[in-house]
Design a protein around this ligand. Structure first.
Ligand SMILES: [Zn+2]
Ligand SMILES: [Zn+2]
Ligand SMILES: [Zn+2]
Length: 707
């Protein structure tokens, strides 16, 4: 199950659902199969089912194009989750006591992944953590840091509504999650009393006992108290709490719920396997290997004393994409786009996009494809393609091999295809673009589970037109899941082109960030003018995205025809702007996923490894600096390292050959990635004058108060 989950908590108007579709979906290979709408307001439910809202239902059904669109409604009257089905004709109740466990778990895991770089704090070979419960662990998680906005809060709260509704007194494990019971009680229109543990009970048992045994009248008469825990790791907090509680109240029945747990717990809403290991402090394997234990604060669950260091973009990393940019040098403006919705894959949003239809229509690609096929095809091969692609089909047929298009794994069992597979001595599975090889794996599993197919196939190649993994290491993993050693079957994974790229959806897309920031501060006007208005209208076209010279912002037309200078490791001389942006995105992604963790671009505590200021000296060309500023996220600039970076960048802004850097610096400031400078030189101020006249409200953000 891969559901789209749309949070409509507290919402009343059905028309407000559709705008949420885009932010509720994300980039991934796997298509969605069902849609759940989370709702708490009975007016919303009624309105959604009403006669006059039939057009809204029709539109929703048409846009989502899924077999099932359902509402999960929390009904306060009966204290139950209920499942309703939406069709163009009506909204109908299908299940009264709907078990939300599975959907809740998926939704919560997505939330955890969304902010995991900030909320999930991981050790490394150099350090690990000493927790308040006297355990040593390699990772810990702060739920409070995963809740960044109302949507995040509502999602966590929604899945807890039933147990909070059923309780008459609530304990929470930390004040950092107090927003959850507050929001739940607001939704439920209740005023149940709650209290938080002052610290981990193992560290401050007396303080905890005074909370558990508080003289509050509500607690005295409580018959259904609840302990709400954000994350259960070793489980010691819950065990200690139960001990104290049972010692104090022999007859009260305590319910327990945890939002997350790292091991299976009956009371957990979402169990995630993140290889979190706990050791007792006197037998810790991390300590034995020489890793340093860092103490976590017993009540704030924070680490003090954060430091950061800069990570370098090495020549080795910079050069890995060079061949790609060399080969497609003349065509980058056609094949590369950013911030684009792909209609062929469920209209998901791709921050970085290589257009397969464009690249496959090029003679150089066709030549590479032809050579690759010639080296793999036998006299009796069959090519099964997961995509309709006339170029591949023509090439396969010209080399006298059989070709079929597969409409889903099951169609391998179609009579004609199956007979052809049985007669062949080699099967090649072709897919246009793959990020993580999911569709190959799905087909591979299907073949292995079918006796007929696994008997027939003894030689199989999984071939991708464009392979764009999210790390350099991913290929190894995919090789071992598709092309593993098999006594009976020869297996291989290959591709025509490969480039490591981030798989960012709308939440991390640098252009979505830019659009949101400019739109949020521009004065709404019917006929606005100026570069920022033009930019907003460009960026608002999520269908086409941006390409070519639009890949970065330009303060004026002087930088629009810029190309890369000579002698760069990243790409050849005269590479177009979009190529440089993509090359830098690829390099940064390799840094984020470097095998050697001491060289990894990994913002986090306590040793933040940020984008090294040194990169802006090593790569001093304006366009590369602009691309670095564009592609790196706010947190990746670090704290101390960011100051060093600014010491290099700010003085360079007035140089004429750094004009593209100036443009991207302005955008980075508007987006909140970099701070505004109050000391821009007069020369810079003059160049920004036109922008300032056209859109003073935005430029007020972009330049410091003295500027
Ligand atoms: Zn240890
Ligand atoms: Zn060419
Ligand atoms: Zn975007």
């Amino acid at each position: 199950m891969n559901p789209v989950i749309i949070n409509c908590t507290g919402m009343v108007a059905p028309a407000d659902v559709e705008p949420l579709l885009l932010i509720s979906t994300s980039a991934s290979d796997e298509p969605y199969d069902i849609c759940y709408i989370l709702a708490t307001n009975s007016l919303f439910l009624q309105a959604m089912g009403s006669e006059e809202n039939a057009p809204i239902r029709e539109k929703l059904v048409a846009r989502l194009n899924l077999d099932c669109i359902a509402i999960i409604f929390y009904c306060k009257k009966v204290k139950q989750y209920q499942l309703y089905n939406i069709t163009p004709a009506a909204v109908t109740l299908v299940e009264k006591g709907f078990d939300v466990k599975r959907v809740a778990s998926i939704d919560l895991e997505r939330l955890l992944n969304k902010h995991s770089s900030e909320s999930f704090i991981r050790g490394s070979a150099q350090y690990h953590f000493a927790t308040p419960s006297h355990n040593h662990t390699n990772a810990f998680f702060r739920l409070g840091d995963s809740i960044k906005n109302r949507d995040d809060l509502d999602r966590v709260t929604f899945w807890l509504l039933k147990c909070i509704d059923e309780s008459d007194y609530i304990f929470i494990d930390s004040w950092s999650i107090a927003a959850i019971p507050l929001r739940a009680l607001q939704i439920l229109s209740k005023d149940t009393v709650f209290d938080a543990l002052p610290a981990h009970p193992a560290k401050k048992i007396i303080d905890c006992r005074s909370v558990v045994c508080a003289a509050t009248p509500e607690l005295k008469v409580s018959v259904s108290p609840l302990l709400l825990v954000s994350v259960v790791s070793s489980g010691s907090l819950v065990e200690k709490f139960k001990e104290i509680f049972q010692g104090a109240y022999a007859t009260k029945k305590l319910s327990i719920v945890s939002v997350y747990s790292f091991v299976e717990q009956e009371y957990s809403c979402c169990c995630v396997d993140r290889n979190v290991v706990n050791y007792h402090f006197d037998s810790c394997e991390f300590c034995q290997k020489g890793s340093k234990a860092i103490e976590i604060h017993p009540s704030a669950y924070y680490i003090k004393d954060a430091t950061d260091s800069g990570v370098k973009l090495t020549r080795g990393i910079a050069e890995t994409g060079y061949n790609f940019f060399h080969k497609y040098h003349h065509h980058l403006n056609d094949i590369v786009s950013f911030h684009k919705g792909d209609i062929s894959k469920g209209n998901k949003h791709y921050a970085y996009y290589i257009d397969y239809n464009q690249i496959s229509s090029l003679a150089i690609f066709a030549k590479a494809l032809s050579e690759q096929l010639a080296s793999k095809l036998t006299n009796n091969s069959v090519v099964l393609s997961l995509v309709h692609d006339p170029v591949v089909e023509a090439e396969v047929r010209s080399q006298d091999a059989a070709f079929y298009y597969l409409n889903g794994p099951e169609s391998v069992l179609g009579k004609e295809v199956l007979e052809c597979v049985q007669k062949s001595d080699k099967v090649i599975i072709y897919d246009s673009v793959t990020i993580n090889g999911k569709s190959f794996e799905k087909l591979n599993n299907f073949i292995r589970e079918s006796a007929e197919l696994s008997a027939a196939i003894t030689n199989i190649i999984f071939m991708a037109g464009v392979y764009r993994p999210t790390s350099a290491l991913a290929e190894k993993a995919l090789q071992s899941s598709l092309a593993y050693k098999d006594a009976r079957v020869l297996r291989e994974f290959s591709y025509i082109e490969k480039l490591v790229l981030p798989d960012f959806g709308p939440l991390d897309c640098p252009w979505c960030l830019e659009l949101g920031a400019i739109k949020g501060s521009i004065k709404p006007a019917l006929k606005g003018s100026g570069r920022f208005y033009e930019r907003v209208s460009r960026l608002s076209n999520l269908h086409d995205g941006v390409r070519g010279t639009e890949s970065i912002f330009h303060i004026d037309e002087n930088t629009e025809a810029l190309t890369l200078g000579s002698d760069s490791y990243l790409a050849p001389e005269k590479t177009a702007i979009c190529g440089v942006v993509l090359a830098v995105a690829s390099a940064l992604q390799q840094m984020r996923t470097a095998e050697d963790e001491s060289k990894r671009l990994a913002p986090g505590f306590p040793y933040t490894q940020a984008l090294g200021a040194i990169n802006f000296s090593l790569y001093s060309e304006g366009l590369i600096r602009a691309a670095l500023v564009r592609n790196a996220s706010a947190i990746e600039f670090g704290v101390i390292e960011k100051e060093k970076t600014l010491e290099i960048l700010l003085p360079a802004l007035e140089e004429i050959n750094q004009a593209s850097l100036l443009s991207e610096y302005i955008v980075a400031v508007i987006c909140g990635k970099l701070p505004p400078s109050s000391a821009l030189s007069d020369a810079v101020t003059v160049r920004l004058q036109k922008l300032t006249i056209d859109n003073p409200e935005i430029m007020k953000l972009a330049i410091g108060n003295e500027g």
